[in-house]
Design a protein around this ligand. Structure first.
Ligand code: 13P
Ligand code: ZN
Length: 275
């Protein structure tokens, strides 16, 4: 049965309201200082009538064929999460990728310029479409405790699977492993907003739902923006427990390998991305 424009509008509004809710949590957690962090959500499924452009095309200097013609709700550059929480359409915008996949136009509803991290968000969204993923949302934020850990070289060792930071976080409480079963990928430091950062993020997100941007923040994907937020929240909670335990002086004991394997087995947790 055809959906009515009104039911589309209701669904679109609920997706944008969810982005606003998450933006509020990010501010409350102290992860969104000033304009810190950004997000995108693929809202194409909720826009059944063609929305005319309100800007001329802006070249992305990338061609992303799998998201050509698609619509995204995007945080505006220099816009604050705490403001987006209150007024999402003044602090974010809806863009459409042009049919050649090489540019975007604004379609709603103010002249808000999209986030400077658009290359990472859209390259990952393009990959998600290409692979038939059901994930619709991407989130970049600055969670304090995870970023703090990324200033310790030992935590950036990525030569084992799970890597050192993932094993450390998983070993804090069983829920970390249960709700962030793929762990935390590591993206070495790159200039914010750069295509190099986007490319490195894309390479890692193939194996992880959440990746660390060394000495900067994290980038996460999820079914929706709440799902992406939850995974970051779970991992950052473990980082907080690690740091609190570390204050007592010695390296925290952590759960044993056997205890972690038991959690993996009992909950039948995925070890590779399947969406
Ligand atoms: P924007 O204000 O352009 O979204 O940038 C914030 C940020 O966190 C950059 O990494
Ligand atoms: Zn940032």
């Amino acid at each position: 049965m055809e959906k009515s424009i009104l039911s589309d509008y209701r669904e679109l509004k609920s997706i944008i309201d969810q982005a606003a809710e998450v933006a509020g949590y990010i501010w409350q957690k102290g992860w969104g200082e000033r304009n810190g962090g950004n997000l995108t959500v693929d809202v194409t499924d909720y826009i059944s009538t063609y929305l005319p452009a309100i800007s001329s095309p802006v070249s992305m200097e990338l061609t992303l064929p799998h998201i050509a013609g698609r619509y995204f709700y995007v945080k505006g550059t220099q816009k604050r999460m705490r403001d987006l929480a209150r007024v999402p359409m003044d602090n974010g915008c809806i863009i459409r990728i042009t049919d050649d996949g090489a540019a975007y136009v604004l379609v709603a509803d103010k002249q808000v310029k999209p986030t400077s991290e658009l290359p990472s968000h859209l390259m990952v969204q393009d990959y998600l479409r290409q692979t038939g993923s059901t994930y619709k949302a991407t989130l970049h934020t600055h969670p304090i405790e995870i970023v703090a850990l990324s200033h310790h070289r030992r935590m950036l060792d990525d030569t084992t699977r799970p890597n050192v930071i993932t094993r450390t976080l998983w070993s804090m409480i069983p829920e970390t492993l249960a709700f962030a079963p793929l762990g935390l990928g590591i993206v070495p430091y790159e200039v914010p907003g750069s295509v190099e950062l986007a490319q490195a993020t894309l390479n890692k997100i193939k194996d992880y739902d959440v990746v660390l941007w060394e000495k900067h923040g994290v980038f996460a994907v999820g079914q929706d923006i709440m799902d992406a937020f939850d995974q970051v929240d779970v991992l950052n909670k473990a980082a907080r427990i690690y740091l609190d335990a570390r204050i007592l002086g010695s390296e925290p004991e952590g759960m044993t390998d056997k205890a972690m394997k038991d959690v993996q087995r009992i909950f039948n947790l995925p070890t590779v991305r399947n969406n």
